[in-house]
Design a protein around this ligand. Sequence first.
Ligand code: SF4
Length: 330
Amino acid sequence: MKNDVFLKAEHIKKYYENSKAGKSGKKWVKALDDVTLDIHKGELVGVVGESGCGKSTLARCIMHLIPVTEGQILFDGENITDYSPAKMAPVRRKMQMVFQNPYSSFNPKKSIWASLTEVGRFYGMSQKEIEARIAKLLEYVNLEESMIRRRPNELSGGQLQRLAIVRALIISPDFLMADEPVSALDVSVQAQILNILMDLKEKENMTMMFISHELTVVEHISDYVVVMYLGTIVERGNVKDIFYEPKHPYTKALLASKPREDPSDPKKRVLLKGEIPNALNVPEGCRFWPRCPEYKKGVCDAERPLEEKVKDGHFVTCHLWQDKGGGKET
Ligand code: SF4
Protein backbone atom coordinates (compact mmCIF):
# COMPACT_ATOMS: atom_id res chain seq x y z
CA MET A 1 0.00 0.00 0.00
CA LYS A 2 1.43 3.36 -1.04
CA ASN A 3 1.81 6.08 1.57
CA ASP A 4 2.73 8.98 -0.72
CA VAL A 5 -0.67 10.68 -0.49
CA PHE A 6 -0.69 13.79 -2.67
CA LEU A 7 -4.29 14.84 -2.23
CA LYS A 8 -6.56 14.02 0.66
CA ALA A 9 -10.25 14.81 0.94
CA GLU A 10 -11.37 14.12 4.52
CA HIS A 11 -15.01 13.76 5.57
CA ILE A 12 -16.19 16.26 2.97
CA LYS A 13 -19.75 17.49 3.24
CA LYS A 14 -21.33 19.91 0.82
CA TYR A 15 -24.85 20.95 1.76
CA TYR A 16 -26.94 23.55 -0.04
CA GLU A 17 -29.76 25.31 1.73
CA ASN A 18 -33.16 24.45 0.27
CA SER A 19 -34.86 27.79 -0.28
CA LYS A 20 -38.17 26.02 -0.96
CA ALA A 21 -38.16 23.95 2.22
CA GLY A 22 -41.67 25.09 3.17
CA LYS A 23 -43.70 22.59 5.17
CA SER A 24 -41.56 19.64 4.09
CA GLY A 25 -38.95 20.81 6.58
CA LYS A 26 -36.20 19.46 4.29
CA LYS A 27 -33.70 22.21 4.85
CA TRP A 28 -30.59 20.82 3.20
CA VAL A 29 -29.69 19.37 -0.17
CA LYS A 30 -26.88 16.98 0.72
CA ALA A 31 -24.78 16.98 -2.45
CA LEU A 32 -21.82 15.39 -0.65
CA ASP A 33 -22.17 13.65 2.69
CA ASP A 34 -18.97 12.50 4.35
CA VAL A 35 -16.67 11.71 1.44
CA THR A 36 -13.11 10.61 2.23
CA LEU A 37 -10.57 9.93 -0.49
CA ASP A 38 -6.79 9.70 -0.93
CA ILE A 39 -5.01 10.27 -4.24
CA HIS A 40 -1.39 9.14 -4.35
CA LYS A 41 1.42 10.85 -6.22
CA GLY A 42 1.40 9.90 -9.90
CA GLU A 43 -1.91 8.04 -9.64
CA LEU A 44 -4.84 8.41 -12.02
CA VAL A 45 -8.04 8.09 -10.01
CA GLY A 46 -11.26 7.56 -11.95
CA VAL A 47 -14.51 8.63 -10.29
CA VAL A 48 -17.67 7.08 -11.68
CA GLY A 49 -21.38 7.27 -10.92
CA GLU A 50 -24.72 8.32 -12.41
CA SER A 51 -25.61 11.97 -12.86
CA GLY A 52 -26.47 13.54 -9.53
CA CYS A 53 -24.11 11.31 -7.54
CA GLY A 54 -21.95 14.30 -6.52
CA LYS A 55 -18.81 13.60 -8.56
CA SER A 56 -18.62 17.06 -10.14
CA THR A 57 -19.39 18.70 -6.79
CA LEU A 58 -16.50 16.74 -5.29
CA ALA A 59 -14.24 17.94 -8.12
CA ARG A 60 -15.21 21.56 -7.48
CA CYS A 61 -14.65 21.24 -3.73
CA ILE A 62 -11.20 19.71 -4.28
CA MET A 63 -10.30 22.45 -6.77
CA HIS A 64 -11.40 25.09 -4.25
CA LEU A 65 -13.99 26.45 -6.69
CA ILE A 66 -16.75 26.06 -4.09
CA PRO A 67 -16.35 25.98 -0.29
CA VAL A 68 -17.00 22.78 1.63
CA THR A 69 -19.63 22.73 4.38
CA GLU A 70 -17.51 20.44 6.55
CA GLY A 71 -14.31 18.46 6.22
CA GLN A 72 -10.90 19.35 4.86
CA ILE A 73 -8.82 19.19 1.68
CA LEU A 74 -5.09 18.57 1.98
CA PHE A 75 -3.15 19.28 -1.21
CA ASP A 76 0.53 18.34 -1.37
CA GLY A 77 0.71 18.47 2.42
CA GLU A 78 -1.10 21.84 2.78
CA ASN A 79 -4.53 22.16 4.33
CA ILE A 80 -6.11 24.46 1.71
CA THR A 81 -9.70 24.17 2.99
CA ASP A 82 -10.05 27.73 4.23
CA TYR A 83 -7.49 29.44 2.00
CA SER A 84 -8.35 32.94 0.78
CA PRO A 85 -8.07 33.64 -3.00
CA ALA A 86 -4.68 35.32 -2.34
CA LYS A 87 -3.39 32.30 -0.43
CA MET A 88 -4.73 29.96 -3.10
CA ALA A 89 -2.86 31.75 -5.94
CA PRO A 90 0.42 29.79 -5.62
CA VAL A 91 -1.54 26.55 -5.11
CA ARG A 92 -3.60 27.21 -8.27
CA ARG A 93 -0.40 27.03 -10.29
CA LYS A 94 -0.05 23.39 -9.21
CA MET A 95 -3.68 22.35 -9.88
CA GLN A 96 -5.52 22.76 -13.15
CA MET A 97 -8.81 21.56 -14.59
CA VAL A 98 -10.18 20.38 -17.93
CA PHE A 99 -13.94 20.72 -18.33
CA GLN A 100 -16.56 18.81 -20.29
CA ASN A 101 -17.20 21.64 -22.73
CA PRO A 102 -13.92 22.79 -24.29
CA TYR A 103 -15.57 25.94 -25.67
CA SER A 104 -15.90 27.20 -22.08
CA SER A 105 -12.09 27.21 -21.70
CA PHE A 106 -11.53 29.85 -24.40
CA ASN A 107 -12.64 33.38 -25.13
CA PRO A 108 -14.59 33.11 -28.43
CA LYS A 109 -13.33 36.54 -29.52
CA LYS A 110 -9.65 35.71 -29.14
CA SER A 111 -7.34 33.38 -31.03
CA ILE A 112 -6.26 30.24 -29.19
CA TRP A 113 -2.73 31.65 -29.20
CA ALA A 114 -3.87 34.78 -27.33
CA SER A 115 -5.73 32.69 -24.74
CA LEU A 116 -2.77 30.37 -24.19
CA THR A 117 -0.18 33.11 -23.84
CA GLU A 118 -2.46 35.01 -21.45
CA VAL A 119 -2.40 32.06 -19.03
CA GLY A 120 1.38 31.74 -19.25
CA ARG A 121 1.93 35.45 -18.64
CA PHE A 122 -0.52 35.49 -15.73
CA TYR A 123 1.61 32.87 -14.01
CA GLY A 124 4.87 34.74 -14.70
CA MET A 125 6.27 32.81 -17.66
CA SER A 126 8.44 34.66 -20.17
CA GLN A 127 7.42 34.82 -23.85
CA LYS A 128 10.25 32.44 -24.69
CA GLU A 129 9.14 29.94 -22.05
CA ILE A 130 5.53 30.16 -23.22
CA GLU A 131 6.46 29.53 -26.87
CA ALA A 132 8.69 26.58 -26.01
CA ARG A 133 6.05 25.07 -23.75
CA ILE A 134 3.26 25.46 -26.32
CA ALA A 135 5.44 23.86 -29.03
CA LYS A 136 6.14 20.87 -26.77
CA LEU A 137 2.52 20.42 -25.74
CA LEU A 138 1.26 20.70 -29.33
CA GLU A 139 3.57 17.84 -30.18
CA TYR A 140 2.15 15.80 -27.30
CA VAL A 141 -1.46 16.41 -28.38
CA ASN A 142 -0.57 15.91 -32.03
CA LEU A 143 -1.77 19.26 -33.39
CA GLU A 144 -0.13 21.57 -35.90
CA GLU A 145 1.01 25.01 -34.87
CA SER A 146 -1.42 26.61 -37.35
CA MET A 147 -4.34 25.46 -35.15
CA ILE A 148 -3.55 27.93 -32.41
CA ARG A 149 -3.83 30.87 -34.81
CA ARG A 150 -7.54 30.10 -35.14
CA ARG A 151 -10.50 31.09 -33.00
CA PRO A 152 -12.50 28.50 -31.03
CA ASN A 153 -15.40 28.45 -33.52
CA GLU A 154 -13.00 27.45 -36.32
CA LEU A 155 -12.06 24.21 -34.57
CA SER A 156 -13.82 20.89 -33.95
CA GLY A 157 -14.76 19.80 -30.42
CA GLY A 158 -11.94 17.23 -30.42
CA GLN A 159 -9.31 19.75 -31.57
CA LEU A 160 -10.52 22.28 -29.03
CA GLN A 161 -10.48 19.75 -26.18
CA ARG A 162 -6.83 18.96 -27.05
CA LEU A 163 -6.11 22.68 -26.87
CA ALA A 164 -7.98 22.94 -23.56
CA ILE A 165 -5.57 20.28 -22.29
CA VAL A 166 -2.65 22.38 -23.60
CA ARG A 167 -4.11 25.40 -21.80
CA ALA A 168 -4.37 23.47 -18.53
CA LEU A 169 -0.83 22.12 -18.81
CA ILE A 170 0.96 25.25 -20.00
CA ILE A 171 2.06 26.05 -16.43
CA SER A 172 3.14 22.44 -15.73
CA PRO A 173 0.69 21.65 -12.92
CA ASP A 174 1.31 18.71 -10.58
CA PHE A 175 -2.37 17.81 -10.50
CA LEU A 176 -4.97 17.72 -13.26
CA MET A 177 -8.70 17.43 -12.63
CA ALA A 178 -10.57 16.22 -15.73
CA ASP A 179 -14.35 16.54 -15.33
CA GLU A 180 -16.11 14.47 -18.04
CA PRO A 181 -13.54 15.62 -20.63
CA VAL A 182 -14.73 13.27 -23.37
CA SER A 183 -18.46 13.00 -22.82
CA ALA A 184 -19.30 15.90 -25.16
CA LEU A 185 -17.13 14.48 -27.97
CA ASP A 186 -17.82 12.07 -30.81
CA VAL A 187 -17.03 8.48 -29.95
CA SER A 188 -14.42 8.49 -32.74
CA VAL A 189 -12.31 11.14 -30.95
CA GLN A 190 -12.90 10.04 -27.36
CA ALA A 191 -10.20 7.35 -27.49
CA GLN A 192 -7.67 9.84 -28.92
CA ILE A 193 -8.25 12.26 -26.04
CA LEU A 194 -8.07 9.48 -23.45
CA ASN A 195 -4.78 8.22 -24.88
CA ILE A 196 -3.39 11.77 -24.89
CA LEU A 197 -4.33 12.19 -21.22
CA MET A 198 -2.70 8.88 -20.26
CA ASP A 199 0.47 9.74 -22.23
CA LEU A 200 0.65 13.20 -20.71
CA LYS A 201 0.24 11.84 -17.21
CA GLU A 202 3.37 9.74 -17.75
CA LYS A 203 5.39 12.35 -19.65
CA GLU A 204 4.58 15.17 -17.25
CA ASN A 205 4.60 12.98 -14.12
CA MET A 206 1.18 14.28 -13.12
CA THR A 207 -1.38 13.10 -10.61
CA MET A 208 -4.91 13.07 -12.03
CA MET A 209 -8.53 12.74 -11.08
CA PHE A 210 -10.77 11.75 -13.96
CA ILE A 211 -14.55 11.99 -13.69
CA SER A 212 -16.91 10.10 -15.95
CA HIS A 213 -20.32 8.47 -15.93
CA GLU A 214 -18.98 5.82 -18.32
CA LEU A 215 -17.49 2.76 -16.69
CA THR A 216 -15.68 1.61 -19.83
CA VAL A 217 -13.81 4.91 -20.04
CA VAL A 218 -12.84 4.79 -16.38
CA GLU A 219 -11.63 1.19 -16.69
CA HIS A 220 -9.47 2.14 -19.67
CA ILE A 221 -7.75 5.10 -18.08
CA SER A 222 -7.56 4.60 -14.29
CA ASP A 223 -5.14 3.13 -11.76
CA TYR A 224 -7.68 3.43 -8.96
CA VAL A 225 -11.48 3.69 -9.15
CA VAL A 226 -14.01 5.40 -6.90
CA VAL A 227 -17.71 4.58 -7.27
CA MET A 228 -20.12 7.25 -6.02
CA TYR A 229 -23.83 7.12 -5.29
CA LEU A 230 -26.02 9.97 -4.05
CA GLY A 231 -23.28 12.06 -2.45
CA THR A 232 -21.25 9.20 -0.97
CA ILE A 233 -18.52 6.78 -1.98
CA VAL A 234 -19.93 3.25 -2.03
CA GLU A 235 -16.82 1.40 -3.17
CA ARG A 236 -13.20 2.17 -4.04
CA GLY A 237 -10.32 0.02 -5.12
CA ASN A 238 -7.88 -0.65 -7.94
CA VAL A 239 -9.18 -1.50 -11.39
CA LYS A 240 -9.04 -5.25 -10.76
CA ASP A 241 -10.94 -4.93 -7.46
CA ILE A 242 -13.73 -2.86 -8.95
CA PHE A 243 -14.10 -4.49 -12.34
CA TYR A 244 -13.41 -8.14 -11.47
CA GLU A 245 -14.17 -8.46 -7.75
CA PRO A 246 -16.81 -5.82 -7.00
CA LYS A 247 -18.47 -6.10 -3.61
CA HIS A 248 -21.14 -3.41 -3.62
CA PRO A 249 -24.50 -4.13 -5.29
CA TYR A 250 -24.40 -0.74 -7.01
CA THR A 251 -20.97 -1.39 -8.52
CA LYS A 252 -22.26 -4.75 -9.75
CA ALA A 253 -25.30 -3.09 -11.27
CA LEU A 254 -23.15 -0.53 -13.08
CA LEU A 255 -20.90 -3.27 -14.41
CA ALA A 256 -23.89 -5.23 -15.62
CA SER A 257 -25.09 -2.20 -17.57
CA LYS A 258 -21.83 -1.99 -19.55
CA PRO A 259 -22.23 -2.81 -23.25
CA ARG A 260 -21.31 -6.42 -23.99
CA GLU A 261 -18.18 -6.93 -26.06
CA ASP A 262 -19.65 -10.15 -27.40
CA PRO A 263 -23.41 -9.80 -28.10
CA SER A 264 -23.86 -13.57 -27.78
CA ASP A 265 -22.45 -13.48 -24.23
CA PRO A 266 -25.40 -14.31 -21.94
CA LYS A 267 -24.21 -11.85 -19.33
CA LYS A 268 -26.00 -11.95 -16.03
CA ARG A 269 -27.99 -8.87 -15.14
CA VAL A 270 -28.42 -7.15 -11.81
CA LEU A 271 -31.84 -5.60 -11.64
CA LEU A 272 -31.79 -2.03 -10.44
CA LYS A 273 -35.14 -0.48 -9.54
CA GLY A 274 -36.11 3.14 -10.12
CA GLU A 275 -34.08 6.31 -10.48
CA ILE A 276 -31.39 7.85 -8.29
CA PRO A 277 -33.31 9.75 -5.56
CA ASN A 278 -33.11 13.52 -5.12
CA ALA A 279 -30.33 14.69 -2.77
CA LEU A 280 -33.07 16.49 -0.83
CA ASN A 281 -34.80 13.22 0.00
CA VAL A 282 -31.95 11.00 0.99
CA PRO A 283 -33.24 7.63 2.26
CA GLU A 284 -32.59 6.77 5.91
CA GLY A 285 -29.95 4.11 6.51
CA CYS A 286 -28.15 3.01 3.35
CA ARG A 287 -28.86 5.52 0.60
CA PHE A 288 -29.07 2.77 -1.97
CA TRP A 289 -31.69 0.63 -0.26
CA PRO A 290 -34.79 1.64 -2.31
CA ARG A 291 -33.03 0.34 -5.45
CA CYS A 292 -30.89 -2.44 -4.04
CA PRO A 293 -31.54 -6.04 -5.07
CA GLU A 294 -30.05 -7.18 -1.73
CA TYR A 295 -32.08 -4.89 0.53
CA LYS A 296 -32.82 -6.39 3.94
CA LYS A 297 -35.61 -4.73 5.89
CA GLY A 298 -34.67 -3.54 9.35
CA VAL A 299 -30.95 -3.65 8.53
CA CYS A 300 -30.35 -1.61 5.40
CA ASP A 301 -32.94 1.06 6.21
CA ALA A 302 -32.06 1.29 9.91
CA GLU A 303 -28.48 2.51 9.98
CA ARG A 304 -26.13 4.13 7.56
CA PRO A 305 -23.41 1.60 6.67
CA LEU A 306 -19.81 2.52 7.41
CA GLU A 307 -16.97 2.01 4.99
CA GLU A 308 -15.27 -1.35 5.60
CA LYS A 309 -11.94 -2.62 4.38
CA VAL A 310 -12.10 -5.59 2.04
CA LYS A 311 -8.30 -5.66 1.70
CA ASP A 312 -5.51 -3.08 1.33
CA GLY A 313 -6.82 -0.31 -0.91
CA HIS A 314 -10.26 -1.90 -1.45
CA PHE A 315 -13.15 -0.50 0.60
CA VAL A 316 -16.92 -1.01 0.47
CA THR A 317 -19.86 0.65 2.20
CA CYS A 318 -22.55 -2.01 2.61
CA HIS A 319 -23.99 -3.83 5.64
CA LEU A 320 -24.22 -7.15 3.84
CA TRP A 321 -21.20 -7.33 1.55
CA GLN A 322 -19.72 -10.25 3.47
CA ASP A 323 -22.99 -12.16 3.89
CA LYS A 324 -24.13 -12.11 0.31
CA GLY A 325 -21.18 -11.01 -1.74
CA GLY A 326 -22.92 -7.65 -2.24
CA GLY A 327 -25.38 -8.08 -5.06
CA LYS A 328 -27.57 -10.77 -6.47
CA GLU A 329 -27.14 -11.68 -10.12
CA THR A 330 -30.21 -12.89 -11.89
FE1 SF4 B 1 -27.89 -2.93 -0.48
FE2 SF4 B 1 -28.21 -3.10 2.14
FE3 SF4 B 1 -25.77 -3.09 1.10
FE4 SF4 B 1 -27.26 -0.90 1.07
S1 SF4 B 1 -26.50 -1.91 2.87
S2 SF4 B 1 -26.05 -1.70 -0.60
S3 SF4 B 1 -29.29 -1.71 0.74
S4 SF4 B 1 -27.35 -4.66 0.81
